[in-house]
Design a binder for this molecule. Structure first.
Ligand SMILES: *[C@@H]1O[C@H](CO)[C@@H](O)[C@H](O)[C@H]1NC(C)=O
Length: 372
């Protein structure tokens, strides 16, 4: 605390300092860096952390085998390939749109004014664990994504001042979708020793411990409104289907990830109880996928068990290669390539997460979280 006899001087200084900043009077104190909020936007900004399901170009310029900045990726995206592992939108693109925000730029391309509606730090092949995804060489693990957020924060704080930044951040959405690669590109990889060290429950507990620390770090940096995406039915993606002669979903893989999703729900309950002012929305991708596979015809999807772009059995043995010709009726496919859903599914899931009921998003949906 400042000693009492100095406090009068302090207040005067702050008032003068405030008055000297042009435009401060029109600012509601809530928007990120001196910028006008998008008209109709429900929140000032969205900060995004994750893997290839939501990467929008962060791997383009790093030495990595996990890249998608080539045709036919982006074939349905305005402007073509960007690094998104989709024919068009990812789920967070749809959520940004529903929040009334513009598309959020990748960290690798966002500077100055471009960070005003948020930044996307997601990186293909990244995991909760730093060692996940090393077969792809370059990738930005969740821990490094958080450090990158800290550097954005330094920029913003320099222009806005710490109290205003804290106030603005508390109203922003922090979207985190991690974990798939800790299974696909770690636990299930023959050249990792992980499965010999941990059974399914032990590994899920290890991940939940790390994940809890990482989300707590974001909380300590000012995050309050979290959206956490679970893992889908990994045993049913074309890459896994292709590994069984019968082409059926792998129950073994679906069982393996079940404790991760169970832990994630428990984790958000724990964090809600332990971090004052923090609120969470958990996107149940598993339930959305189950619902989609069961009711695919009513959603307009006719092809559920092979990629739209890929090679071999289920078009899942080799994922979509540069300049490969994809299927023409992309809106009827659940899977775009060996690992990732089509834009049509991303949009459906984004809508479910935004305004869906408790079976899809728990304990509140993104719209309600945004309006809190
Ligand atoms: C949640 O908290 C309970 C009680 O402290 C603890 O036993 C459990 O391991 C926690 N679960 C997760 C996933 O954090």
């Amino acid at each position: 605390m400042v000693k009492l006899r100095f406090s009068g001087v302090f207040v005067l200084f702050l008032v003068l300092n405030n008055a000297a900043i042009p435009g401060r009077g029109q600012n509601d104190g809530g928007s990120i860096p001196g910028l006008i909020e998008a008209s109709r936007a429900l929140v000032p900004a969205m900060f995004i952390f994750g893997d290839s399901l939501i990467d929008n170009g962060n791997n383009n310029n790093i030495p990595s085998f996990a890249k998608a900045n080539y045709f036919p990726y982006g074939i349905d995206f305005n402007g073509g390939p960007t690094g998104r592992f989709s024919n068009g939108y990812t789920m967070v693109d749809e959520i940004a749109e529903l929040l009334g925000l513009p598309l959020i730029p990748p960290f690798s391309e966002a500077s100055g004014d471009q960070v005003r509606y948020g930044v996307n730090y997601a990186s293909a092949a990244a995991g909760i664990l730093d060692e996940t995804g090393r077969n792809f060489v370059g990738r930005i693990p969740f821990n490094q994504q958080i450090r990158n957020f800290e550097s954005t924060l330094d920029q913003i704080t320099n222009s806005l001042g710490a109290p205003d930044v804290a106030q603005a951040l508390s109203r922003c959405i922090f979207f985190v979708g991690m974990g798939s690669n800790d299974y696909l590109n770690n636990y299930l990889m023959p050249n990792y020793n992980t499965k010999n060290q941990y059974n399914a429950q032990q590994f899920a507990d290890l991940l939940a411990g790390q994940y809890t620390q990482q989300l707590t770090r974001l909380y300590n940096l000012g995050a309050r409104k979290f959206v956490i995406a679970g893992i889908g039915l990994m045993g049913c993606i074309p890459s896994i289907l292709a590994q069984s002669a019968a082409g059926l979903c792998s129950e073994q893989v679906n069982q393996l990830i079940a404790p991760f999703n169970a832990n994630s729900k428990a984790m958000i309950n724990n964090l809600t109880a332990n971090l004052p002012g923090a609120r969470f929305a958990y996107i149940d991708i598993h339930n959305m996928f189950q619902d989609l596979l069961t009711n695919h015809e009513s959603y307009g999807f006719n092809v559920v068990n092979r990629g739209c772009c890929g090679i071999g059995r289920n078009r899942g043995q080799i994922t979509c290669l540069p300049f490969q010709v994809p299927c023409p009726e992309r809106d009827q496919y659940i899977f775009w390539d060996a690992f990732h859903p089509t834009e049509a599914v991303n949009i459906l899931f984004g809508k479910n997460a935004f305004s869906g009921g408790l079976n899809f998003v728990y304990p509140i949906n993104i719209e309600r979280l945004a309006l809190l």
